[in-house]
Design a protein around this ligand. Structure first.
Ligand code: CAA
Length: 241
């Protein structure tokens, strides 16, 4: 069945692939973005998917933005919490700003985005919440104490909410991508990538955003009603849980 879906950070990287795949599956998609107007405008023109600009770290902005999406498209049945940033630094050099920015955008956003749509999902007895965590929330990563803490927190959030939503027809799951060929990963210095990361990926390559997107479509479907509280690892064999 065609549903209204919101994808945060939905105009670039993994989020753009998710938005496109959900649209291709027949859903009515809204993509949110935080700052890159040019990328968002190009994405909208290329895909026909409407874009909405707000900061997922801000509760009031999320509540108002989601209200607008519902006024434009209808009740939100699928939420993909994908937006995320990195501010990598070894912990002895990490600043409070680097810590807070990552926790606010990657972890507090889960509350900010999910809380305003949760009651509607409960009332309608249907919902799909999919959170894009990370391999680094599962295994930890030198240089990412902030990011790994947020991404591990995401998995706890999913497991708790899955229990609350189960009787109301809402599934809540996480996907933990490994290293995917997006701008975020390409920002890592080549020597760090070659020395510390690629040798640990048994498949010997980065993942594709489209591979993650296909799993989101699967979890978002009406038919997939019995998987909840799960974390699907998609990392080329780099870390097996
Ligand atoms: N594991 C173990 N040791 C590591 C390491 C790693 N992944 N990365 C770096 N080190 C070591 C270095 O070899 C170096 O040791 P030596 O001095 O003995 O050679 C030491 O740590 C300091 O490293 P740098 O010289 O690189 O320090 P820096 O201050 O210049 O940079 C950094 C620090 C920015 C964190 C950089 O190391 C880095 O970018 N690391 C990669 C972090 C990472 O994997 N980020 C993932 C981004 S993609 C993403 O987040 C998406 C996702 O979900 C997977």
């Amino acid at each position: 069945m065609a549903r209204v879906a919101v994808v945060t950070g939905g105009s670039r990287g993994i989020g753009a692939a998710i938005s496109k795949a959900l649209k291709a599956a027949g859903h009515n998609v809204a993509a949110t973005y935080a700052g890159n107007d040019e990328a968002a405008a190009n994405f909208k023109e290329e895909t026909g998917i409407p874009v909405y600009k707000w900061d997922v770290a801000n509760y009031d902005a999320c509540a108002a933005g989601l209200k607008q999406v519902e006024a434009d498209l209808g009740p939100i049945d699928i939420l993909v919490n994908n937006a995320g940033i990195t501010k990598d630094a070894m912990f002895h050099r990490m600043t409070p700003d680097q810590w807070n920015a990552v926790i606010n955008t990657n972890l507090n956003s889960l509350f900010n985005m999910t809380r305003p749509v949760w009651e509607g999902m409960r009332t309608r007895k249907f919902g799909r919440v999919i959170c894009i965590s990370s391999i680094n929330g599962q295994k930890g990563q030198a240089g990412q104490a902030n990011y790994s803490a947020a991404k591990a927190g995401e998995i706890g959030f999913v497991k708790s909410l899955a229990q609350e939503g189960a009787r109301a027809g809402i599934t809540v799951n996480a996907i933990a991508p490994g290293y995917i060929g997006t701008e975020m990963v390409r920002a890592i210095a080549q020597d760090v990538l070659d020395k510390h990361i690629l040798p640990h990926i048994p498949m010997g390559r980065l993942g594709e955003p489209e591979e993650i997107a296909k799993a989101v479509v699967f979890l978002a479907s009406d038919e997939q009603a019995f998987i909840t509280g799960s974390t699907i690892s998609m990392n080329g064999g780099q870390y097996m849980v």
